[in-house]
Design a protein around this ligand. Structure first.
Ligand SMILES: [Zn+2]
Length: 309
């Protein structure tokens, strides 16, 4: 009897979380499409302060038109008796050490040496590009991504996570493959890659996240968790910012995703080629919403991940 009640409870929790985490919206097509990476250097591991979970608020490419979407959350729940959602999942109580690797997309100078886009393929892409830039503000993408990433670092540390930064300077040369490897070597639980979008259509706007496809030949075992991470972060960012929801872009063309050995997503903060969104992304108020949205999505991911893992 008791076991049955527990099972029902877990089922209810799982369903509510799944619903909360799978707000689907179809992106209209153009997404972004390129990301880059290159080779080694800066990194920092931050210690986590006493846990203090709060459960409420918190990319790379440019060009290329590809549809995106297709959320999916699946897996098997594990029976863990506990009377309240809090008891089941707050990040800080699991191990006391959840490490988030943050990759501020791009760098001051691109490195166009080719590297393989994933294990077991001969297909290549440039190691890392310098990214797009603000059509109105002229701010380069690599500056925006680092600015947001540093704020995200601070927010995550305040929430009790440890953070590993792929870079904290613009003058690095770290390929996308290397970025993925650095995140795993740092012992990170998940890998969050921060980018901003670009399009030939100056009216294009909104947020999207990126996940591998269901048929990824590179990280098939990670598809579900990557997709869930992408969905959680996307939903919470839309909630926090009110931006247009462009959905999840599923693609196997991202080097820094394909070489990852931990759940990974790319966050496309908005379109730097849209004058209004470009300006908006330079305001402290909107940056704060972006950061809160991402952090809330990470919180949510670990809630769901604990339940289904
Ligand atoms: Zn980018």
């Amino acid at each position: 009897m008791k076991q049955k009640s527990i099972a029902i409870f877990i089922l209810v929790v799982l369903i509510s979380i799944t619903v909360a985490c799978s707000n689907e919206d179809s992106p209209d097509g153009l997404s972004n499409g390129r990301e880059m990476q290159s080779n080694q250097s800066a990194d920092t591991l931050y210690q986590q302060p006493p846990p203090s979970h709060k459960q409420d608020d918190e990319q790379e490419l440019t060009d290329t038109v590809i549809p995106g979407e297709t959320p999916d959350i699946s897996d098997t729940p594990e029976a863990t008796p506990s009377p309240t959602p809090e008891a089941v999942h707050t990040p800080e109580q699991d191990s006391g050490r959840i490490v988030i690797a943050i990759d501020p997309g791009h760098q001051r100078r691109g490195n166009y040496t080719q590297e393989r886009i994933g294990p077991g393929t001969t297909q290549t892409k440039p190691m890392v590009s310098s990214g797009t830039s603000g059509v109105a503000t002229k701010v380069p993408e690599y500056e925006l991504t680092l600015e947001i990433s540093l704020q995200l670092r601070d927010e995550l540390i305040a929430r009790g996570y440890e953070v590993f930064m792929i870079r904290e300077s613009h003058d690095v040369n770290i390929s996308n493959r290397t970025r993925a490897e650095m995140a795993a070597e740092a012992g990170a639980n998940i890998f969050i890659r921060i980018h901003a979008n670009g399009s030939d259509d100056s009216s294009a706007n909104g947020i999207l996240t990126i996940s591998p496809t269901f048929h990824t030949p590179f990280i098939p075992d990670l598809y579900s968790r990557c997709n869930m991470l992408a969905q959680c972060v996307l939903d919470e960012m839309i909630e926090a910012t009110g931006a247009k929801n462009r959905g999840i872009w599923e693609t196997d063309s991202m080097t820094g995703i394909n070489w990852s050995t931990i759940p990974v997503t790319i966050v496309e903060l908005g379109f730097m080629t849209n004058p209004a969104e470009d300006r908006l992304m330079q305001t402290p108020e909107y940056q704060q919403k972006l950061v809160e949205g991402i952090a809330n999505g990470i919180d949510l991911f670990f809630i769901v991940d604990v339940v289904v893992d």
